[in-house]
Design a binder for this molecule. Sequence first.
Ligand SMILES: [Zn+2]
Ligand SMILES: [Zn+2]
Length: 180
Amino acid sequence: MRLPVDLAGVLEALGNTMTITDRVVLDDVDLGAEHYSFAGPADYTVTFTNGGAGQIVATGTVSVTARATCVRCLQDFDLPVSAAIDAYYVLPGREAEIPDEQEYDVIHENRVDLYPALEQSVAVEFPFAPVHDAACKGICPVCGGDRNVTPCTCEVAAPSSPFAALKDMLPLDDDKLGDS
Ligand SMILES: [Zn+2]
Ligand SMILES: [Zn+2]
């Protein structure tokens, strides 16, 4: 996916600006083991500013609703994301004037591709381990049921169970087993 932006007008003079408000459909994003798709297009507003020395600064915001998969219960859910855009572009041959730590893309024939900046801005907002709800109970490791939907009574081996402790303290009399 590409989102070419013509910066000819902005490049004409120091201080020139151009603001673009538009929407774009983002490609799916894979982040580690997580896969994110999008429920709709991303809305963005970006202002390009000529900062001199052949440098263009792009700042703005992007918002989109992502579709993520809960790591606990595996159900898909909507994840609204709003992110800041912060990108830096420079004319060929002027790279030396950019501060060392500044990431940038080079302007080709007065054009830049805004797409990578949009995608990166959104992707950094994605959680490492998405959960559909902070209180998600997840899937039962014993019966495999979704404990949010059908609470089960499976006993998950837990040393903290008061009954387990009781059993250890009061050995059962074998003769009385099954009498009731
Ligand atoms: Zn969940
Ligand atoms: Zn269960």
